[in-house]
Write a protein that binds this ligand. Sequence first.
Ligand code: AMP
Ligand code: FE
Ligand code: FE
Ligand code: ZN
Length: 311
Amino acid sequence: MPAAPDSAPPRWCDLHLHSNASDGTDEPADLPRLCKAAGLSAFALTDHDTVAGVAACAAAAKKQKIDFVPGIELSVDPDVDGTGEPAGTLHLLGLFIDPGHPWLGEITQALTRARAERNPEIIRKLSGLGVRIAYDEVLDLAGPGTTVGRPHIAQVLVKKGYVKSVHEAFAKYIGSGGAAYARRDLMTAKEAIKGVHAAGGLALLAHPVQLRLPDEDRPGEALAHVVGRLKAQGLDGLETRHSDHAPADVARFEALADRLNLLTTGGSDYHGSRKSIQLGHAAVPRGVYERLRDEARRRWGPGRVVAGRKP
Ligand code: AMP
Ligand code: FE
Ligand code: FE
Ligand code: ZN
């Protein structure tokens, strides 16, 4: 069999990755090299509530000659129609955003402030349970300029021997049913979608299984309802392939996207050494990247997408 020509890009992409600008462990500038080594030809950086790693990652991607998608993963209120809060989390991916757009500057600052209030509250609740860690230990572990989150707190709990694993830290203390859980004020999905569009990005629902809707393994009418609401608010698509999705999930999410005429995306949700998921784990064909790129170009023009900023 003849070898593929050098010019043919590898067939896979990964459109959901974290760096140490949030709760991943890799430097943003190292990700392009790691992605190439993992056999990917395109990837997106989608740190939680921050675009701080995008510029360094974009520059390194250019040098490595790998296609790069500037992105963000925003935590939003899962109660999309005001009928009471579902158990799970709602994360929206903004792909092809302009990281210098003023809305992103404002929203990421507000989200950082909300975390700066929520995180110490978790520390106080832990202390009330006899689990004593200092917030400074968490900040030191996260490093400067990082979106500080519960995974960092979990790691300190492991380090200090209060729990055996990050999983146990979430289950026992800091997960949504945990004894030291503290919620933070979240923006609405409608606001997030509008902002992502203003910043020149496509808005996609991340890992639908994490919504933890009641009929997860039945026909999926609860999901169809939520996604229908989000679509009415401007949602562009669904993350159908994800490390948390079983093949049957991928199939039902693809069918739903098809039915509602939504785009699809996919990614591993790689967090470096903080989680066991490998780059490229979700096996997303490169065509998924190309369809999203083409849609972004159609809406905002080729210069916008290639350069990562407005012409
Ligand atoms: P935060 O944004 O600070 O509320 O923390 C959310 C982060 O915690 C996300 O990166 C999730 O992937 C992670 N997370 C949520 N639940 C768990 C869990 N049970 N085990 C490990 N990580 C989790
Ligand atoms: Fe995370
Ligand atoms: Fe997420
Ligand atoms: Zn993620």
